[in-house]
Design a protein around this ligand. Structure first.
Ligand SMILES: NC(=O)c1ccc[n+]([C@@H]2O[C@H](COP(=O)([O-])OP(=O)(O)OC[C@H]3O[C@@H](n4cnc5c(N)ncnc54)[C@H](O)[C@@H]3O)[C@@H](O)[C@H]2O)c1
Length: 254
């Protein structure tokens, strides 16, 4: 374990991280592992998540190939983890999908895919994880949303933004429900973070337009956002629940 991270109190914790093959999820999983947690890293990108886990510090980590559109797979993931590890302490719901489409081009299949991957999976993973965490009387759930969930989508991200708004409300509801069991549930709201998703379907001009509205004057790095997620998952955030934490370089200032 990295001794500088021992203040987080994450040694020996068991954490599920979705979206762990890339970007913010991969970085958060790496930090959790460095802080002494055992990480179950999940992603639809089977090769990517295996490679990510191979680079983690420490031991006892697992890579799981899972498509979050599959509801049964979400339940199985939590049950299998709790059985194998004997506990579950942390869930980072990071994965999401985004295809930039104009409003008139979003058909039923696209709508369903976005809702199922980005929103439905988070609901059912929260529910299953909350149940698994209750016996330990300690738990941390961090649901990753987006500033788009507060102010609407930017460049073909209408339905995506709707899923992200839903995540903020589901977080508050679960925070009320799970609070009495010692489980905190918070939202992390990234701004423009330099990952493959941020660049999907963006031109130089749209990227520059986004950057020019950020007070810190640049896109964030995945680790700058991941650290905020890990903080919410740590002992340091013991009295924070139902909160929306923005890691957005001051973009929204709400
Ligand atoms: N990058 C940004 O600027 C930004 C801004 C706001 C919000 N976010 C949010 O941050 C989170 C992480 O995004 P990122 O920027 O790191 O993107 P990313 O593309 O780097 O990583 C997303 C990961 O999710 C995985 N994934 C996609 N669909 C999946 C599915 N069906 N099942 C399982 N895994 C799946 C991908 O394979 C990928 O590894 C997302 O929830 C995203 O909406 C990102």
């Amino acid at each position: 374990m990295n001794q500088e991270l021992s203040i987080l109190g994450l040694g020996g914790r068991v954490a599920i991280v979705t979206g762990a093959a890339s970007g913010i999820g991969k970085s958060a999983a790496e930090i959790l592992a460095a802080a002494g947690a055992r990480v179950v890293a999940c992603d639809v990108n089977a090769e990517g998540v295996k490679a990510a886990v191979a680079g983690f510090a420490g031991s006892g980590h697992a890579a799981e190939a899972i498509d979050l559109a599959d509801l049964g797979a979400c339940d199985t993931l939590v049950r299998r983890t709790a059985e194998r590890e004997g506990r579950l302490d942390i869930l980072l719901n990071v994965a999401a999908t985004l295809r930039r489409l104009d409003i008139e081009d979003i058909d039923e299949a696209e709508w369903d895919r976005l809702m199922n991957v980005n929103l439905r999976s988070q609901y059912f993973l929260c529910r299953a994880a909350g149940e698994a965490m209750k016996s330990g009387k300690w738990g941390r759930i961090v649901n990753v949303s987006s500033g788009a969930g507060l102010v609407g989508g930017f460049v073909g991200a209408t339905a995506y933004a709707i899923t992200k708004a839903g995540i903020m409300t589901l977080t508050k509801s679960f925070a009320k429900d799970l609070g009495p069991h010692g489980i905190t549930v918070n939202t992390l709201s990234p701004g423009a973070i330099d990952t493959p998703m941020q660049r999907t379907g963006m031109t130089r001009d749209t990227l520059e337009a986004a950057r020019s509205r950020i007070p810190l004057g640049r896109m964030g790095l995945p680790a700058e956002c991941a650290r905020a997620a890990v903080f919410l998952a740590s002992d340091l955030a013991s009295y924070i629940t139902g909160h929306i934490l923005a890691a957005d370089g001051g973009f929204l200032m709400r």
